[in-house]
Design a protein around this ligand. Structure first.
Ligand code: 3PG
Ligand code: MG
Length: 379
């Protein structure tokens, strides 16, 4: 079974959020009850892009061994750990080493897919978070199994169902809250959400690209200067589709990217020279929270500020709290994407939202209407 155990870790390799591992447990349990052996495979990070100075793969930093230990603890059962190059494991439960140690993984190499395929008689893909990649272990491998011997995992099926539910929503108002650093990462999903949503709330550093494009003064805030036209096009499209697009009226600003830096609040389009916006301000937080809490359906991807630093976490936290109200009021609130999932977990409100997606890029691509190679390969 392909899972997405690509979990965030701190500089010492300690897992900081095991949501993705937790979410794979139901399918693992289901298969363990029915099969004599279950072998799991996953990638972790981008080892091909972060090689050691001598050009070799950093096998220590990117090993899945600590994840095998963590899984063993969660299941209170032994988890064998071995290389994909070894003979198929005879253990009841096995985790293979990081599939991205092999160059062929990301290239979708057939020979590597065949090597992986030898580890099982049946292939299950439950790695929703990686379903947007056409890699050896996520898509190409499926061709090594007949249609009866390949299938979709419970998590993957649930993710697709929830995302479809969002796309098919016809109870209004529908609101999307999109944050994060770059407009360019989110442009596809923003454009398709404009057709669906009544409100689009923009936060995070990407807001400053919009604000600068409209002639605002954003100081040293992070801006994609070459994406300002893209931002203006989004504003125009929002007008045409009748979606009210909101930018944060105010921002928490500082002169340094530092939690202890002196910080204050000002209008987002009048940030003084030498200062940068690091969170949406108190007024924007209030407006965004009200719009979210009054919505029937909400999709949230990307933090409103540098929420990892407590001085700039308020905006993200208020969105998280408003998301909780949506569910309380009988609406549907969905959080997608690594950072916003970490934020909702940090806020302690994870159980108060309707659905937390294990997919960042994968969820965005699905909502954009793109075919996910990992899903298509199972057909
Ligand atoms: C993710 O976290 O986005 C998935 O695990 C896929 O990883 P990738 O973005 O490195 O392909
Ligand atoms: Mg990614």
């Amino acid at each position: 079974m392909r899972v997405d155990f690509n979990v965030p870790r701190d500089s010492t390799g300690h897992i900081t959020d095991d949501t993705r591992i937790q979410l794979a447990l139901p399918t693992i349990a289901y298969i363990r009850e029915r099969a004599s052996h279950l072998t799991l495979m996953s990638h972790l990070g981008r080892p091909q892009k972060k090689k050691l100075a001598n050009g070799e793969i950093d096998r220590d930093s990117f090993s899945l061994e600590t994840i095998a230990d963590h899984l063993a603890q969660l299941l209170d059962a032994p988890v064998a750990f071995q290389s994909y190059a070894d003979d198929p494991s005879m253990a009841k439960l096995t985790l293979l080493e990081n599939t991205r140690f092999e160059q062929g993984e990301e290239q979708g190499d057939r020979a590597f897919a065949q090597m992986l395929a030898k580890h099982g008689d049946v292939y299950v893909n439950d790695a929703f978070g990686t379903a947007h990649r056409r890699h050896a272990s996520t898509a190409v491998i499926a061709e090594e199994f007949s249609p009866e011997n390949r299938g979709i995992g419970l998590l993957m099926a649930d993710e697709l169902e929830q995302a479809q539910k969002l796309l098919d929503s016809d109870t209004h108002p529908i609101t999307a809250v999109i944050g994060g650093a770059k407009v360019s990462d989110k442009i596809g999903v923003i454009e398709s959400l404009l057709d669906l949503c009544d409100n689009l709330l923009i936060g995070g550093a990407m807001a400053y690209t919009f604000i600068k494009a409209q002639g605002g003064k954003v100081g040293t805030s992070l801006v994609e200067d070459d994406k300002m036209q893209m931002a203006l096009d989004v504003i125009e499209k929002a007008k045409q589709s009748g979606t009210s697009l909101h930018l944060p009226i105010d921002s928490v600003i500082a002169q340094e990217f530092n939690n202890d830096a002196e910080h204050t609040t000002c209008f987002s389009d009048d940030i003084p020279e030498g200062w940068m916006g690091l969170d949406i301000g108190a007024r924007a937080s209030e407006t965004y929270s009200e719009i979210v809490a009054d919505s029937k359906v909400v999709f949230w991807n990307g933090p409103m500020g540098v929420f990892e630093m407590s001085s700039y976490a308020h905006g993200t936290l208020s969105v998280a709290q408003a998301m909780a109200k949506v569910k309380e009021n009988g609406g549907f609130s969905m959080v997608g994407g690594g950072d916003s999932v970490a934020a909702i977990n940090a806020s302690g409100l994870a159980d108060e939202v309707s659905f937390i997606s294990s997919g960042g890029g994968a969820m965005l691509e699905f909502l954009e209407g793109k075919t996910l190679p990992g899903v298509a390969a199972l057909g």
